[in-house]
Ligand binder design. Structure first.
Ligand code: SF4
Ligand code: SF4
Ligand code: FES
Length: 466
């Protein structure tokens, strides 16, 4: 493997890697703003400039590929002076409103100002200000904070496949905006906030809800479709506040769609049934666990029962159900369900040119791996259904049969059920799902289940021991 010398250390690299990536692999940080590994390289901000032996001027590390034998200095006086100058330049127009900025605590501009900037500025001119246009429901724009790194413009062009962010005017008057001031159209708008290195583009959904440094982070997988993008749940005091993309080069690279990003909200909504409940006096009433499980069992006793398993359940949960059913419901057929019109993996396909899939549940392919057939209608003679659901699978219409639900349901959908035994959502459990490529991925528990909710294994154990 070729090698170069960075700050006196010999570092191996793969041909084609730029100096930022090579330095990172050796634990050496080169400050940057405009570079993002998932976007084209434009070398605009000049923050990453380094000294290279035999080069008369500083070179931008993002646009310079490493060469065998190259000698690079990232901390020489010349480099440090450049970093101070770039910071001074970028802050000429920055409003310095960190205390009231929602990016504070995770802002590249703030961090690099502390790390590489100077304590003094030479300007005393008034800063430019903008009136911000509404960019739609996902992103809040604050142009005063923008440093013109153009990451957002490149994301729209190169990843989302829609040229909607542009730079207008020139020089001190440059403004990053949408074409004709229109709201954003992409289904991937949340990524604008993830990649903006300042508080210029923030998530409306998250703004001022929680300071970034209070958040705990759990690396998990999206349940929004059969791709299974890598994501990070950010939470505090058993409440999820935000979900962001996590890098997985094989599945989603650096991105997630808005549907997946905001999907977790249902977990915390007030219409979720979080206590065991059963029919009493003509309506679904809260009860205690023992009575609800007995009621559920009695409601199905002596009937011809079919079992429906949401393809939003994990492999472990589905396997447990497969083992439980023959003992309690001998001969009962088992089907998986999840997305209208998607019965098997043959029906699953790309829903757009980037990430989204047609199957709106994460484990359709896992269900097939367990040999469970897709639901396309109840067999003749069935007069009762036991439904297991993780929270995302869309319940088929079940007219004229008794229904008992185990898992995540909400009112009013569950009002007509004989009983609801509340289970855990994807944020509240560990488990395995299989994406459309056949890759096994992990769900990780970020928060504990609310109120009385229990895992499928706990519920089946209670039922088995009646
Ligand atoms: S809005 Fe953010 S991402 Fe876009 S150019 Fe400005 S600083 Fe960069
Ligand atoms: S593409 Fe699918 S798996 Fe990825 S974030 Fe969107 S809904 Fe989730
Ligand atoms: S990160 Fe290299 S010039 Fe901006």
């Amino acid at each position: 493997m070729p090698k170069c010398i960075i700050d006196g250390r010999e570092v191996e690299f793969t041909p084609g890697q730029n100096l930022i990536e090579v330095a990172k692999s050796a634990g050496i940080e080169i400050p940057l703003f405009c570079y993002h590994p998932g976007l084209s390289v434009v070398a605009q901000c000049r923050m990453c400039a380094v000294e290279i032996e035999k080069f008369p001027k500083l070179q931008t590390a993002c646009s310079t590929p490493a060469v065998d034998g190259m000698v690079v200095k990232t901390q020489s006086e010349k480099v440090k002076q450049n970093q101070k100058s770039v910071m001074e330049f970028l802050l000429i127009n920055h409003p310095l409103d960190c205390p009231i900025c929602d990016k504070s605590g995770e802002c590249d501009l703030q961090d690099q100002s502390y790390g590489y900037g100077d304590a003094y500025m030479r300007t005393s001119e008034e800063r430019r200000t903008y009136v911000d246009l509404d960019m739609g429901p996902v992103i809040q724009k604050n142009m005063n904070r923008c440093i013109h790194c153009t990451r957002c413009i490149r994301f729209g062009d190169e990843i989302a496949g829609i040229r909607e962010m542009v730079a207008i005017q020139r020089g001190n008057n440059t403004e990053i905006t949408t074409i004709d001031g229109r709201p954003l159209e992409t289904d991937y708008a949340g990524n604008y906030s993830d990649i903006c290195p300042t508080g210029s583009l923030t998530l409306k959904d998250f703004r001022f809800k929680k300071r970034a440094w209070f958040l705990k982070k759990t690396a998990t997988t999206c349940e929004g479709c059969s791709r299974g993008c890598a994501m990070e749940m950010q939470h505090e005091a058993n409440m999820i506040y935000r979900c962001i993309a996590r890098e997985n080069q094989a599945v989603n690279k650096y991105w997630i769609c808005d549907e997946g990003r905001f999907n977790y909200h249902y977990v915390q909504e007030s219409d979720r049934v979080t206590e065991p409940a059963m029919q009493s006096s003509g309506s679904l009433q809260m009860s205690v666990w023992k009575d609800s499980v007995v009621h559920a069992r009695n409601a199905l006793q002596g009937r011809k029962v079919a079992i429906l398993i949401g393809s939003d359940l994990t492999l472990e949960e589905a396997k447990l159900i497969q083992q439980f059913v023959p003992g309690k419901f001998p001969g009962a057929p088992i089907f998986h369900f999840g997305t209208p019109g998607i019965v098997s993996s043959k029906d699953d396909d790309a829903a757009d040119a980037l990430l989204k899939r047609k199957s709106k549940t994460s484990n359709l392919h896992g269900m097939e791996k367990l040999g469970i057939a897709g639901f396309s209608g109840l067999p003749l003679g069935i007069d009762a259904v036991l439904v297991f659901r993780g929270g995302r699978a869309e319940l088929p219409k079940l007219a004229g049969v008794r229904v008992v639900g185990v898992g995540v349901f909400k009112r009013p959908d569950a009002e007509k059920f004989e009983a609801v035994l509340p289970g855990t959502a994807f944020t509240e459990k560990d488990g395995t799902i299989v994406n459309f490529m056949g890759m096994e991925q992990r769900l990780k528990r970020a928060i504990v289940p609310p109120r009385e909710c229990k895992s499928v294994s706990e519920i089946l154990m209670m039922w088995a021991n009646l």
